[in-house]
Design a protein around this ligand. Structure first.
Ligand SMILES: [Zn+2]
Length: 260
């Protein structure tokens, strides 16, 4: 593991010392799988924050069925010509996107608050750590390209990004999963427009759309990994589980720069 991280407690650089990373005062063990846990106990809001194993398995099924193909292809096209020195995938989940993009960067780092997700990511291309997105364990202005895909973004992103660095923010666009919502809800609704990100301005934006037929395991997985279905009454979901639902996927990709 390269010495890329800073101590989440005192912010000093972490150096490798046998099987751990240390700032001299605080010690973080490198797990057998190769990742390091840099989440301090007071950064945890729950005992096991972030995505659980069920959600991670659901994303794996979706990935294997090609659900993310159009999105990943579009992101690859954006990152490839940039060939950043340091790429950060903030909220990297089980590392599938990180792994794809790692071919196009000198150093690729995947961070996620979920230990299960990072354990699943380890072994893929990239350096992985369990960490808070609100207090990123990286030095100031050390990241050239920061990808934030379906994950929360906090003000600390601005600190780690270089002056001319790029933030690539991916969110569900208006029509994303609309036909599925139409099948589930008596009154379906479109996704709200993208929120402005304070201190960042968009330099490029696009919507990537494709259509998939949701059925069987894939349908179940998409429902499992989509936050707004959590509050949906069980019977509404059970009504659609045996159906085949052709559905729009629409991803909003915004390439942004820091405001001067
Ligand atoms: Zn320290």
């Amino acid at each position: 593991m390269n010495a890329v991280f800073i101590c989440p407690v005192c912010k000093k650089p972490l150096n490798k010392d046998n099987g751990s990373l240390t700032c001299g005062k605080h010690v973080f063990d490198i797990a057998r799988k190769g990742y390091v846990n840099l989440l301090t106990s007071n950064q945890k809001k729950t005992k096991s924050p972030g995505d659980n194993k069920v959600m991670i398995a659901a994303r794996k099924t979706a990935l294997e069925s090609g659900y993310y193909s159009s999105l990943y292809a579009a992101l690859k096209e954006i990152v490839k010509p940039l060939y950043p020195k340091t790429l950060l995938d903030l909220g990297c989940g089980e590392g599938s996107l990180t792994d794809v993009l790692a071919d196009f960067a000198e150093t690729t780092i995947g961070l996620d608050v979920s230990k299960d997700a990072i354990a699943a990511a380890s072994g893929k291309k990239g350096v992985y750590a369990v960490a808070s997105a609100a207090s990123i364990p990286l030095p100031d202005e050390s990241v050239d390209v920061l990808i934030n895909c379906f994950a929360p973004l906090y003000q600390d992103a601005e600190r780690v990004l270089k002056k001319e660095g790029l933030l690539i923010k991916v969110t569900p666009a208006k029509e994303h999963l609309y036909e599925l919502k139409e099948a589930v809800y008596p009154e379906p609704y479109y996704n709200p427009p993208d929120k402005e990100i304070p201190r960042f301005k968009a330099v490029n934006s696009k919507i990537v759309t494709s259509t998939v037929v949701l059925s069987g395991e894939l349908l179940k997985s998409v429902i499992t990994m989509t936050p707004y279905f959590y509050k949906t009454p069980k019977e509404l979901i059970e009504n659609v589980l045996d159906k085949e639902i052709p559905t729009t996927l629409a991803f909003s990709i915004r390439v942004m720069k820091k405001e001067e």
